[in-house]
Design a protein around this ligand. Structure first.
Ligand code: ATP
Ligand code: BTN
Length: 259
């Protein structure tokens, strides 16, 4: 992977600027700094290796050299998009899940920020914002996809099982092909981010829908209920054993199927 190959592979898409690194700490850190400066809408940072890849709450994201797709996309939301910024994680998850489904894989979204194949995590998403006073100026969408099996961390270090495209398909597509298809999907899905149809498409791809799940947080008791769908802001809806509707908002929440 190099800058010229990336530019050639993405040349038909309407994007901002592209920066490639053989090795970087975290593409999200670089993208946040660039977003706070002058990065145009839909600019991208891609790296072959991350030495300090991050998940939520600074949990580590494993990205060894030559094995994974790791990139961050900068969005400068329009006036119409700003009231719907909470939907950005759904935009990213749909943009990853849809191309994987086209490859014949049973990709689903583990709310809020992971994409699974047959119950194992193949992709993690980290959304971060650049603020200008009270207003969000830019959103950074960080996406990590496990492509080759070498990108999957050792099982004993994981709280949730993981997989890679190589483990699911004998001959996975090249990383740049996957990158192209994710960005193409994201540009298309973004056009309907303000619509009700967007929420239905996101709901249709949710893992564990209709099943009993538990939601763990560090600050409140675990909630158990049947996963029924999404609110219009992308919050998760559960129904508890008393038939009451419960709303789970974004934050430090971990979703698990009830064993
Ligand atoms: P979980 O994935 O356990 O539900 P989470 O989604 O809340 O938790 P995140 O912060 O979103 O956790 O993801 C970070 C976690 O992902 C790390 O703690 C690590 O266990 C796991 N992880 C790190 N690198 C990878 C990878 N390449 N593939 C799959 N999982 C990874
Ligand atoms: C998670 O599951 O917690 C999210 C992981 C997000 C990983 C991606 S890889 C590209 C970008 N750079 C980072 O440091 N994190 C995101």
């Amino acid at each position: 992977m190099n800058q010229n190959q990336i530019k050639k592979s993405l040349s038909k898409l309407t994007l901002g600027e592209i920066k490639y690194f053989d090795s970087i700490g975290s593409t999200n850190d670089e993208a946040l700094a660039w977003a706070a400066a002058d990065a145009p809408d839909l600019s991208i940072i891609i790296a072959d290796e991350q030495t300090a890849g991050r998940g939520r709450l600074d949990r580590k994201w494993f990205t060894p050299q030559g094995t994974a797709l790791a990139f961050s996309l900068i969005l400068r939301p329009s006036k119409e998009e700003k009231p719907h910024l909470a939907r950005t994680v759904g935009l990213a998850a749909l943009a990853v899940a849809e191309p994987l489904q086209k490859l014949g894989l049973p990709a689903q979204i583990k709310w809020p920020n992971d994409v699974l194949i047959a119950g194992r995590k193949v992709c993690g998403i980290l959304i971060e914002s650049v603020w200008s006073g009270e207003d969000v100026d830019c959103v950074v969408i960080g996406i990590g996809v496990n492509v080759l099996s070498g990108s999957v961390p050792p099982a004993e270090s994981l709280l949730f099982p993981a997989t890679s495209l190589e483990e699911e398909l004998s001959d996975p597509p090249e990383r740049l092909e996957i990158l192209h298809d994710i960005l193409d999907a994201l540009i298309n899905i973004r056009q309907k981010i303000t619509s009700d149809e967007f929420i239905s498409e996101w709901e249709n791809l949710l893992a564990f829908r209709g099943q009993l799940v538990q939601v763990e947080t560090n600050s409140a008791p675990t909630t158990v209920g049947s996963l029924t769908g999404l609110e219009s802001d992308g919050s998760l809806q559960l129904r508890n054993e008393h038939g009451e509707s419960i709303t789970v908002r974004f934050g430090d929440v971990r979703l698990r199927p009830l064993a």
